[in-house]
Structures are given as C-alpha cells and as structure tokens.
Design a protein around this ligand. Structure first.
Ligand code: 3PY
Ligand code: MG
Length: 264
C-alpha cells in the first residue's frame, strides 16, 4: 500500500483556496454524509464535542472513500492524545489556543517521529500505517503530517510573529469566537476591534509565507478575507447547518398549516 498523500498540506503550500466545515456531530454517519457534499476539508472537532480517538477513527474511516480532506482538532496540546489521533490516521491537526512559540515548537515535536520529534512508534497498532501495510510508513510520515495552529487569544496575537517563525508550523487559523472573548467582546466576533485584529493577523500570516485560515459565516466576509490572502476558510459547522435547516423546515410547515387553516 502507498502512503496517502496529504492533499490539504499540498494545497496549503500552493496557496490554493479551500473551503471547509467543522463537524461536531461526532458520528460516522453524519461524517459520511458531509464527506460527499463538496467541501474541500472537514474538521473532526474533539475540542468542544465528546469525540475521542475511537470516535475520530470511525469518522476517518467513514470519510475515507470520498474526495475530502480531514483535519482533527484535539482538545488541546497534549502530545499523547495527538499521538493517538495521528495513529488513527489523521494527517492534519488543527490545534486550538496556541499562545506562543514554545507551545508551537512542542507541537511540531509532538507530530513528528524522532529525531525531529517525540512521536512514539508502533506501526503495527496504527491505522495510519495500515497496521504495517504501508511500507516504510514511519520514514514517510513526518513529510505528510500537516500542523495548523489556532491563534485566538490576545497573547497569541502578541506572539504571532514568533509563532510564524517556528519551522514545522504549516498554517495559522484564526478563531474569531475565542479571540473576541479574549479581547473583551465575548459573543461579539463582529465587533470592529475583533474584525480589525483578524485582518491584521491575516496580513501578518500571509506576509510570513505561511498559510492563513479563518472561520466565517458570511460569504461577503469570506471574500474580504480571501482578498487579504487567507486561503483556507471554514464556513460553519454541521450542528448549525442541521439546527438552522430543521428550524426553517418546522417553521415553514407550521406557517403553511396556519395559513391554510388546516389542523384548526
Ligand atoms: C473560534 O472561533 O474560536 C474557533 O475556534 C473556530 O473558529
Ligand atoms: Mg476557538
């Protein structure tokens, strides 16, 4: 078996535009449905949902036959947990709340085998290695791993240039919700101070030559950030898509019944 190519990483390097969605439903069926909908990438979120290495593994399997790239967002920077996600087959990690260069450097080491890093080795137990079915997996793995760090606090912004200087960080993704909270605007990611911090951060990331990503919910804002050089943009989450569609459907039929007088 050949080593799977990390297309997401390749596209980041080439500066290609990629549109993604967060997946928080934590189930292989919803993941398989999403995998066929046309997004370039999906994030299996284990920061804010009850996902764990076992549920992430099943979602990676569910999406594997589809032309979509998969990212895993671990709950934090724990290297032992990151090792389990890599062994489950995640090739790209999106790590939340990275505040300084030392944390970024530790993450680079967590995702790489020695001598560059500290990732533990057990190809025979690892889906990523297809349980030794991929020849030389351990020698090829570092090159296909992609590390994206989230900068989403005041401290992270202050240390952004140092984080960008860390070799092995492939991209930086801005999280507007946490950033708004950190800047004193909890629940108001559209606040002008937050918007301008995001714009400034995106420009610095792009100027450093690394890939810039951000979360948006409005197409106009996505276009604006794209104009600033952002290349990978998340445009929502599956939980929101489901809730909004269900609320709309329920309301439309309720309105229909009221207007026609049926059921009265
Ligand atoms: C945030 O907005 O804080 C995120 O982590 C996701 O975009
Ligand atoms: Mg966040």
């Amino acid at each position: 078996m050949d080593m799977p190519k990390n297309i997401f990483k390749q596209r980041l390097r080439e500066g290609q535009w990629q549109v993604g969605l967060f997946a928080g439903l934590a189930h292989p069926v919803s993941m398989e449905i999403l995998a066929g909908t046309g997004f370039d990438w999906l994030v299996i979120d284990a920061e804010h949902t009850p996902n764990n290495p076992a549920t992430v593994l099943m979602q990676l399997q569910a999406a594997a036959p589809y032309p979509v790239q998969l990212l895993v967002r671990p709950m934090g920077r724990d290297a032992t947990l990151i090792k389990q996600y890599l062994d489950a087959g995640a090739q790209t990690l999106l790590v939340p709340l990275v505040d300084d260069a030392a944390q970024a450097r530790e993450l680079v080491r967590a995702v790489r085998y020695p001598p560059e890093g500290i990732r533990g080795v057990a190809a025979s137990l690892s889906r990523a290695a297809r349980w030794t079915g991929i020849k030389d997996y351990v020698r090829q793995a570092n090159a296909e791993v992609c590390l994206v760090v989230q900068v989403e606090t005041r401290a992270g912004l202050a240390n952004l240039d140092a984080i960008l200087a860390v070799e092995g960080v492939d991209g930086v993704f801005i999280g507007p919700a946490d950033l708004a909270a950190s800047l004193g605007h909890l629940g108001d990611a559209a606040h002008p101070e937050v918007r301008s911090a995001i714009e400034h951060a995106l420009s610095r990331i792009v100027a450093s030559g690394k890939a810039a990503g951000v979360f948006v919910t409005e197409p106009g804002l996505a276009r604006h950030y794209r104009g600033l050089g952002a290349s990978f943009i998340a445009v929502g989450g599956d939980t929101t898509v489901l809730r909004n569609a269900a609320v709309k459907l329920a309301a439309s039929f309720r309105d229909e019944m009221t207007q026609s007088g049926a059921g009265s």
